[in-house]
Design a protein. Structure first.
Lengths: 255, 260
């Protein structure tokens, strides 16, 4: 299962998210919410693993465990260094788009000009050319997400954790962004853990889909998506897999 | 430029109405002009004593600028230090609050004893009066940074200093600048307090001194003329800083005609 050349990000974690006011390292057990239970997942190097589930299934906790922002109360998390693309784009309003995208390079103490140059190169590829100096509040939601993605990509980390990257976008922009992400990953393959509540998005983008149930989050199904790319929403194989995932979520038979 | 004039119009009109009412009140015998001189007398005093008022204005303006500079640097530095050190917060914050209750007259004598009749005791007094709003707004501004932004910076392996430089400092800047504007507004009256509570060698050293001297020699129109200069100076300072804020923290002022 785990080879030398493989990313082996196994989750066997009973994660708990604590409310912010929990004190000390143990937290207040009465306020603790058990977010994940016996979740066992792995992603091979270069694989896109989608995690779908209803809200409250601990998806965000899972990503924070992989990125080392939380440590599990039980079990282990093993992963190569992972970068997080949070649900909110969290672009810094005082930096221009290109400076936001180059943030990881600046933090790595690269010279500013060089960092901006590398980010600008990706801007052109991702349809952001001409918006380098725009501040985030001047950008559309879809553009902000793309800038956030460039920022995540330029962190240079082999694993990308995408937390509902298109959840806040309207349906048309979301469809555009999905196509765009598929192309970006085809060009620059990374190990990706894509958290989403959109089953169709998962089937379109991922090599494998893990379906979680809520409170506490557990894996109820894992689907291999061995379909060629690019995939069409209307492809019968895509529709069938989407249906299987919905059934695993207990929502099947409505289409 | 024309838009700037239009924006100032309501304030100018309000001033005209208030001055007109004041003029009528005094002219109709509501009060002895020796106690409250009418605006036309103040305007005449302003004109007749322009050189003297200008001389004293430059002294007071220098005190305000330098004292305020000390307050901004000191207040901001203390705010940042308090943000980084909970121990310092517990140790210094209560005293910073308490310092605002100290009557300047009480400390004026030792200040003059240490630093003489020059500008230094005055700068200290102005800085003491001004620094507090800067400390409070800086501390609160630094604490108000979006915790998710800090979390994001952590995933990008930012050091404590980098989190400060990229997130906390710019996030706190608008609040700190608001503190600076409050400091500026109180800085002008701070200069008056500083001048009148610490002795000076020159006869007319600063507008505060002049106001007290005119008060004692029953020169009410000139006293009011000097006050008018202070009034206008505070307004000018305030708006200068507002313009500076637009340059230093442009992301906080989103122009109305935003294309989004």
């Amino acid at each position: 299962m785990s080879g030398v050349s493989r990313t082996y990000a196994q989750e066997r974690a009973t994660g708990q998210t604590r409310t912010r006011r929990g004190t000390g390292t143990t937290g207040n057990p009465e306020r603790a919410v058990r977010a994940l239970a016996d979740v066992s997942l792995h992603a091979d190097r270069g694989e896109v693993l989608a995690v779908v589930g209803p809200s409250g299934c601990g998806k965000t906790t899972l990503l924070e465990l992989i990125c080392g922002l939380q440590s599990p109360d039980a079990g282990t998390v093993r992963s190569e260094p992972a970068a997080l693309m949070p649900q909110r784009d969290l672009l810094l309003p005082w930096l221009s788009a290109v400076d936001n995208a180059a943030l990881a390079l600046r933090i790595a103490k690269r010279p500013r000009a060089q960092a901006r140059e590398r980010a600008s190169a990706l801007f052109a590829e991702l349809g952001l050319a001409g918006f380098e100096e725009a501040h985030p509040h001047k950008l559309s939601g879809g553009m902000r997400q793309r800038v956030a993605f460039v920022r995540t990509l330029l962190s240079g980390k082999p694993v990308l954790c995408l937390d509902e990257p298109f959840g806040a976008l309207d349906a048309i922009t979301r469809a555009e962004m999905q196509g765009w992400l598929a192309r970006a990953l085809a060009r620059e393959p990374r190990t990706v853990v894509l958290v989403t509540h959109d089953v169709e998005e998962a089937v379109l983008l991922a090599d494998r889909v893990a379906v979680l149930c809520a409170r506490p989050g557990r894996v109820v199904a894992e689907l291999e998506i061995a379909l060629p790319r690019p995939r069409a929403r209307t492809d019968p194989a895509v529709v069938a897999l989407r249906e299987r995932a919905l059934i695993a979520l207990g929502l099947g038979g409505d289409s | 430029m024309r838009r700037g004039v239009l924006k100032a119009l309501p304030a100018v009109l309000l001033a005209a109405v208030a001055l007109g009412a004041w003029e009528l009140y005094v002219d109709l015998g509501g009060v002895d002009p020796a106690l409250l001189p009418p605006p036309h007398a103040v305007a005449a005093a302003l004109w007749d004593n322009a050189d003297l008022l200008w001389h004293n204005f430059t002294i007071t303006a220098e005190e305000v600028m330098l004292g305020l500079g000390l307050a901004l640097i000191g207040g901001f530095a203390l705010g940042v230090a308090i943000h980084f050190s909970p121990l310092l917060r517990r140790a210094a914050y209560p005293h910073a609050v308490g310092s605002q209750a100290v009557p300047i007259a009480v400390i004026a004598a030792p200040l003059v004893f240490w630093w003489g009749f020059g500008i230094f005791p005055k700068l200290f007094v102005i800085a003491l009066i001004c620094f507090f709003p800067v400390v409070v707004t800086t501390v609160d501004g630094l604490a108000a940074v979006d915790p998710d932004q800090l979390k994001l910076l952590r995933t990008l392996d930012a050091s404590r200093w980098q989190a400060f430089r990229f997130a906390e400092l710019p996030a706190a800047l608008p609040a700190a600048l608001s503190g600076a504007r409050i400091a500026l507004a109180v800085g002008v009256i701070g200069a008056f307090i500083a001048e009148t509570s610490t002795a000076t060698t020159g006869p007319y050293a600063g507008l505060g001194h002049e106001i007290m001297a005119d008060l004692n020699s029953l020169q009410a129109p000139r006293e009011y003329a000097a006050t008018a200069v202070l009034f206008l100076f505070a307004i000018a300072c305030f708006y200068t800083l507002t313009v500076a804020e637009r340059r230093l923290a442009p992301w906080t002022t989103r122009p109305g005609g935003d294309s989004r």
